[in-house]
Design a protein around this ligand. Structure first.
Ligand code: EPU
Length: 351
């Protein structure tokens, strides 16, 4: 357990937040020992993955940060386990689906690259999302028409109050758009240590979202492979989103709001081009479009601003303080509310 530990490299916004205590978990035994520790018991606790969807509201975190460094990827069912040596198992007699167990401290984008390079389908649209594997189910990460919930079968946790293990089946996780049971305050006691993903061995690609098809046809790719799709999405992302480690951000700062059909129609009268995605609860309108139309795209104020290629992303250019982002956030929310009468909610978690 380290004291007064800088989290600057552990939050992609890049604020120099100091944690009173910091603990790296390298094994399940470490975690179990930690649970009995007096300081641990008495402190406020925060699980930190890649710090890519979290905004510290203060430069001091008066508690203990628990960082999973648990590593390992295994085929967990019907196959002999192996560490990162899949190809020798992937022969013609391997079943159509494979369950792959990944420990929570693996880096998400490396894990996705690994599945793609082993010809396992399911996670390819989620390439290059920053963060750890353990964080993926918490907000049910999603991009380009896929959500991680569609591949997760089990989430393995330890209840840090009782020390007991609990396995959540997919249906128990209450997955929804950028949401799950793990986001609820009373469930913040579950330390996620591993996840089972059910991946497909036969081709099944999702190309419907946004400009994936345009990109592939521009490149003259008629029958895209798994790795064609993964690299297309990597390129599309890189064109829109700031590079992690270069400009501070947390990806989407706000969620895309769902409005009722009347509201959507009234916006469409003034802006016939409004992008929209109808769903069971109404019509989803991209928050990035609403913020863009409210005039914020490319705006900069001292150390913070709105990314000039995607208005949903608030950025920190370095040397700033969390309150600068919080002020900008409030101004944007007020301005969208005033212009469109829509409240945009946070996608990022405030701590
Ligand atoms: N748009 C604008 N101006 C902008 C930004 C967007 O007009 O400044 C328009 C675009 O032209 C497009 C629409 O809004 O018609 C949607 O934009 P985009 O495809 O970039 O996606 P998004 O809805 O803004 C969501 C996710 C992203 C994910 C992308 C791609 C949320 C909150 N965000 O963004 O997720 O990468 O789709 O699937 O659902 C994240 O969660 O951190 C994240 C980056």
């Amino acid at each position: 357990m380290k004291k007064d530990y800088s989290l600057q490299g552990l939050n992609t916004m890049g604020f120099n937040v100091i944690a009173k205590y910091f603990c790296e978990v390298n094994s399940l035994d470490d975690m179990k020992k930690l649970i009995d520790d007096k300081t641990f018991k008495e402190s406020k606790k925060l699980f930190l993955g890649g710090g890519s969807n979290i905004l510290f509201t203060d430069e001091y975190f008066d508690g203990i940060v628990i960082y999973s460094n648990l590593k390992g990827i295994k085929i967990s069912e019907s196959q002999q386990s192996t560490d990162k040596e899949f190809p020798q198992f992937l022969n013609s007699s391997t079943p159509e689906f494979l369950t792959v167990r990944c420990m929570s401290g693996e880096v998400w984008k490396d894990f996705v690259d690994f599945t793609v390079s082993n010809n396992l389908y399911g996670l390819e649209n989620l390439v290059d999302i920053p963060g750890s594997v353990g964080a993926a189910p918490v907000q049910n990460i999603g991009a380009y028409g896929s959500e991680v919930k569609d591949c997760i079968t089990k989430v393995y946790t330890i209840d840090i109050e009782s020390g007991e293990e609990r396995v959540f089946e997919n249906e128990e996780c209450e997955f929804a758009y950028r949401n799950s049971i793990f986001k609820k305050e009373e469930n913040k006691k579950y330390f996620i240590y591993a996840i089972d993903f059910r991946l497909k061995r036969n081709a099944e690609l999702k190309l419907e979202y946004g400009n994936i098809k345009d990109y592939l046809s521009k490149k003259n790719i008629k029958s895209p492979t798994l790795s064609d799709v993964a690299s297309a999405i990597k390129t599309i992302r890189a064109e829109k989103l700031p590079e992690v480690g270069v400009v501070g951000s947390v990806g989407s700062f706000f969620q895309n709001p769902i409005v009722d059909v009347d509201k959507y129609q009234s916006i469409k009268e003034t802006y016939p081009e409004v992008p929209s995605y109808p769903n069971d609860n109404g019509v989803k309108i991209p928050a990035g479009w609403l913020i863009d139309k409210s005039g914020w795209k490319g705006y900069r104020e001292n150390h913070v601003g709105v990314w000039d290629k995607q208005a949903l992303v608030l950025v920190h250019y370095g040397g700033g303080r969390p309150e600068e982002i919080l002020n900008l956030m409030t101004k944007i929310q007020e301005s969208v509310k005033e212009k469109f009468g829509i409240e945009i909610k946070l996608e990022v978690n405030l701590v």
